[in-house]
Write a protein that binds this ligand. Structure first.
Ligand SMILES: C[S@@+](CC[C@H](N)C(=O)[O-])C[C@H]1O[C@@H](n2cnc3c(N)ncnc32)[C@H](O)[C@@H]1O
Length: 545
């Protein structure tokens, strides 16, 4: 039984019956919901452990003995119930692990379980260096060897391309379409941006809470417990972010609870409190290459006098060149403010990518693993197959701060970039200027809301680069691309499930809507940008048939 990620149904409900016909032998499985990890040690009072359920559908609260077969999307362990083959997903179960799990949720053709107890440890297990790794929402597979993480990611991509993308396995093999995943050379401290949350209580899993001295009662600054927006695991250090960012985090942790500062964390339930999030971004000075840190305090109101002691503390670090305050008065959990104030230094930081300098402001997208972005962008350039005679037109969809388009601009006639975030477009224009690039035009607009006039403002492109965020491309955009018929599309994706869905539409069309696909898949290259997390990046080359 195959589990289809919710995102795959987002734009085209009519594909549902077809997608549900996948064979039950498939190991492919993805889910888009997150499983709350709670009561790990607690068994259900009325449950008995069974390796076989009494009916095909396991019941909520039932406990089962399971073996994790592989990792599915979002890093959840995929298991099948003995005899029936019914699929269950378990957060934090790793391949080869035999465990007791309790059914917490039924979700159509699969169920979710919470792991209660490990019977046999997973294969390829290693010691996780981070003390928070067993329960932090940031890393899920730090205790799985890196080779096994890569294998699992490669398997997921292949399964999704076959089952969601409907590309026959044989064809993929015979044309060597899916390439082996590109590993990430630096597996810790690779992230240039982290967002921490403030909370009124330190969250800990129940079994640790009982042992802890403070009872988890004091204010927290850290990462969310997996699946909970209101539970914050206090962290003093994160193994994913860079050392300069860890120094700043430690300095803030050291002082922000001082009662004399009168700083209160925002409570996402009562909506009282001041400090919401702390975002740390690290770039490099354009000429010295030295680290540049941006500290962004997200608060519920604008009170610079309250933040002053924290600003003074962090600005004492020579690496800190920018302290920003995003003011977000809404009750939502987002870190983007309605107002942005610069409290110290510059309003942005710089980073160097493919020999170009980029200015990044607090809320603009920039690839979060700069080192691996070099590898990714080189691949994009190779896949784009630019002739180099300066004659080609590039359409850069979801362009962010213009990074991909600007790296290609040097060898093409013109780049047209589209992006929804106004600040990112402002950054993209500025980045073109800083790098002396005059053949790039950046336009702000929502690519989910394009109308029949979209396309009138740029000439027919030779190459389309499309780099959407996790939900993938909207049907309107896919239909537009099928009519546009650019000779080549380079699809960059951070979600292999929606990537496979969009490749299916572009290559095979949509029979139900009488729309014909007109592309063939030439190459698909998975890239690991985020070790220890379930995220997978893919670069795909499509050519017009
Ligand atoms: C994965 S990022 C890629 C950014 C850029 N290509 C890069 O490599 O830095 C996706 C970008 O799409 C933008 N985006 C998301 N939804 C959009 C929409 N509906 N229309 C236009 N842009 C959108 C985001 O703001 C983000 O900058």
């Amino acid at each position: 039984m195959a589990i289809i990620p919710n995102q795959c149904f987002r734009h085209l409900r009519t594909t549902l019956p077809r997608l549900r016909k996948f064979p039950s032998s498939s190991s492919f499985s993805t889910i888009s919901c997150s499983l709350a990890e709670e009561d790990l040690e607690q068994t259900h009072p009325n449950s008995t452990i069974a390796s076989k359920p009494s009916s095909y559908f396991p019941k909520r609260g039932q406990t089962l003995e399971l073996v994790c077969e592989s990792l599915a999307f979002k890093g959840k362990g995929l298991c099948k119930v003995t005899d029936t083959g019914f699929v269950v997903m378990c957060d934090r179960a790793l391949p080869g692990e035999r465990f007791i799990g309790r059914v917490t949720r039924k979700k159509g053709n699969y169920a979710e379980v919470t792991k209660l107890k490990t019977i046999t440890p997973p294969r390829d297990i290693v010691d996780a260096p981070c003390e928070y790794a067993p329960y932090c929402g940031g890393c899920k597979t730090q205790n799985l060897s890196y080779e096994a993480q890569l294998r699992a990611k490669e398997e997921q991509v292949r399964d999704l391309v076959v089952h969601v993308g409907r590309f026959p396995h044989k064809e993929l093999e015979s044309h060597n379409i899916i390439k082996p995943i590109v590993p990430c050379d630096i597996q810790f401290h690779y992230r240039n941006k982290m967002e921490f949350s403030f909370g009124p209580h330190k969250w800990l899993p129940r079994e640790l809470l009982l042992k802890s001295d403070n009872g988890g009662g004091s204010y927290a600054l850290g990462l969310h417990a997996p699946g909970y927006f209101d539970k914050v695991l206090n962290v003093d250090k994160c193994f994913l972010q860079t050392e300069p960012a860890n120094k700043v985090l430690a300095a803030i942790q050291d002082c922000w609870r001082d009662p004399q500062l009168c700083l209160s964390p925002y409570n996402t339930r009562s909506h009282f409190g001041f400090l919401k999030h702390l975002m740390l971004r690290v770039g490099r000075h354009a000429s010295t290459g030295l680290p540049e840190v941006m500290v962004n305090f997200v608060t519920s109101s604008y009170k610079p006098e309250l933040l002053k002691p924290l600003v003074d503390k962090v600005s004492a670090f020579p690496e800190v060149v920018s302290v920003i305050n995003n003011v977000n008065t809404s009750v939502g959990n987002t870190s983007v403010g309605e107002e942005e104030h610069t409290l110290y230094g510059k309003s942005n930081i710089t980073e160097i990518l493919r020999g170009l300098t980029f200015q990044i402001s607090a809320n603009s997208f920039f690839q979060t693993n700069t080192q691996q972005a070099e590898v990714l962008y080189k691949l994009i350039e190779e896949f784009a197959g630019i002739r180099g005679d300066g004659s080609e037109i590039v359409l850069d969809l979801f362009c962010g701060t213009g990074t991909i388009g600007l790296t290609l601009a040097r060898s093409v006639r013109h780049v047209y970039g589209y992006e929804v975030v106004p600040q990112a477009i402002a950054d993209a224009r500025l980045n073109a200027k800083i790098n002396g690039i005059e053949n790039a035009t950046f336009v702000q607009g929502d690519l989910n809301k394009i109308d029949e006039n979209f396309g009138e403002n740029f000439p027919n492109p030779d190459i389309v680069i499309s780099d959407p965020n996790r939900p993938g491309m909207h049907m309107k955009l896919i239909k537009f691309l099928l009519e546009l018929k650019a000779p080549r599309i380079v699809y960059v994706s951070c979600n292999p499930a929606t990537c496979a869905r969009d490749l299916d539409y572009l290559c095979h069309g949509m029979t139900e809507q009488n729309i014909k696909g007109c592309y063939k898949i030439i190459s698909l290259q998975p890239v690991d940008m985020f070790p220890h997390t379930p995220h997978i990046e893919c670069v795909c080359l499509l050519e017009l048939c």
